[in-house]
Write a protein that binds this ligand. Structure first.
Ligand code: 9WN
Length: 458
């Protein structure tokens, strides 16, 4: 059943590998949208998510790099077409008129609300900045064939990335911690994670505070796999507050009720800054000291704000009550493995978490990948989105972290378990850790794209 387990001995049958690649490519082909202006993008999922999403595109570009570099570039070009004048990169770019998805372009109304908006409709919140990783990957691939083209590509993208990172490290970090403040659960990418339960419980929404709206997600996917209506009211309410503040960081920062130093977002930005620094070196931009300073701030705050010595995990920091949010979940481990700040020996020790019952060790789960919440937590649900299911992008990031540390056995476990899971179940948005069943949207783009990346590292 577990076809890829054989790979441990490097005895993979080429056929299984090729078949899986073809299936993954088909998902991406079917989700591709060609635009009349020459741009194009990949829908995360055909019916559920019809527009271009921010971090989804970064992951998807990774997959394209292995077989269609021009598509990878187009994906990034289309996303950055939605970049705001102040560097901000929105979570959604509405290249096509609003179809069945809420929130839609009319709701965010960015072109009317702010003079920072680009020439295309977008949302007014962001998502984790994986783009420098994708851009670096594209650059490396171009370099294999055409030095001049690779440099030209870098020259084009470096200023956009620099502006984006600077936005996060200035506007979203007036405290100078090197950590990014998010204003909305959707900005984290981990929308309904229990990480946000406590702060959301303090936010009371009156029906008069929000406009009438209609959810479309629950027409496409079983309601039991999606956030609750109460959650949605709060998501809408927080978005309205941002809009009422003209999407202006200075105003939002004064009293917005959802202000969190997000550990995963900040860690992704930190590793993205490692790539940005490399790009700056190649292009001799003279920005090295500024980027290094951003990185130093993160390294300091990693120990002093995020790290919890007692639990040996990282936690988000709630700026509204000045407290760590102590939830044991995959994202408390992710920064530790991904940032590369701890020495290798310490990472080896900390990997005990992976073998613990809480994180599906000791054969507690059918699938040996990390669930999005401690399975012993009373809020754990094998079905509910970011409150238990396995997500491929997160496990792929863990794989990447172990690869950087040269902990090859650990990395290989993640690689093989991901490949076995998608080979058996298909390319789902997420999976139950208890049964392995695929959940949410089927034919999900980043699951397919990251599968292609993993296949290329066998
Ligand atoms: C809201 C597109 C996105 C992902 C997020 C995931 C989900 C949207 C939603 O889908 O969020 O942005 O409607 O639930 O949580 O990580 O980028 O795939």
């Amino acid at each position: 059943m577990n076809a890829f387990t054989k790979l441990r001995n490097y005895k993979i049958e080429q056929k299984i590998k090729e078949d899986l690649f073809e299936k993954a490519k088909k998902v991406l082909d079917e989700n591709w949208v060609e635009l009349p202006n020459g741009l194009g993008y990949t829908r995360p999922a055909d019916k559920l998510y019809p527009f271009q999403w921010n971090w989804d595109s970064g992951f998807t570009a990774y997959g394209y790099c292995h077989y269609d570099i021009e598509k990878a570039i187009k994906e990034m070009d289309s996303l950055f077409f939605g970049q705001w004048k102040n560097g901000f990169l929105p979570s959604i770019v509405f290249h096509i008129p609003s179809v069945n998805y809420f929130t839609n372009a009319e709701f965010w109304n960015v072109k009317k609300v702010t003079d920072q908006a680009p020439n295309v409709d977008t949302s007014g919140i962001s998502q984790p900045p994986v783009h420098a990783l994708a851009i670096w990957h594209i650059y490396k691939k171009l370099l294999e064939k055409d030095y001049k083209k690779a440099i030209k590509f870098l020259e084009e993208y470096y200023p956009r990335l620099f502006k984006l990172h600077k936005y996060y490290l200035e506007k979203r970090d007036p405290e100078g911690t090197g950590l990014v403040t998010i204003y909305h659960p959707w900005e984290s990418g981990f929308d309904n994670s229990p990480r946000w339960d406590e702060i959301l419980s303090r936010i009371k929404v009156d029906k008069d505070d929000i406009p009438p709206y209609k959810r479309h997600d629950i027409n496409v996917v079983d309601k039991k796999y999606r956030p609750s209506d109460e959650d949605y009211d709060k998501y809408v309410y927080l978005a309205i507050l941002l809009k009422n503040n003209g999407y202006e960081d200075e105003r939002i920062y004064r009293d917005h009720p959802f202000r969190i130093k997000d550990k995963v977002f900040s860690t992704i930005l930190y590793i993205a800054n490692k790539r940005l620094l490399a790009m700056s070196g190649i292009l001799k931009t003279g920005d090295d000291n500024e980027i290094k300073e951003w990185m130093r701030r993160f390294e300091f705050s990693f120990y002093h704000i995020l790290w919890n010595e007692e639990d040996k995990l990282c936690y988000d920091f709630d700026l509204t009550i000045h407290k760590q949010i102590k939830i044991k979940s995959v994202d408390s481990l992710l920064p530790v493995i991904l940032a590369g700040i701890f020495p290798r020996s310490k990472i080896k020790q900390l990997a005990y978490h992976l073998d613990s019952v809480n994180f599906c060790g000791k054969n507690m789960c059918k699938v040996k990948l990390l669930p999005s919440l401690d399975i012993r937590d009373e809020r754990f649900s094998q079905y509910l989105y970011w409150r238990g299911p396995i997500w491929i992008n997160v496990n792929w990031l863990i794989w990447k972290g172990f690869m950087e540390y040269q902990l090859k056995e650990r990395a290989r476990d993640f690689q093989i378990h991901i490949l076995n899971l998608v080979n058996r179940e298909g390319f789902w948005e997420y999976y139950s850790p208890l049964t392995g069943k695929g959940l949410g949207a089927d034919n999900f783009s980043w699951t397919a794209a990251l599968t292609i990346d993993l296949l290329n590292h066998l």
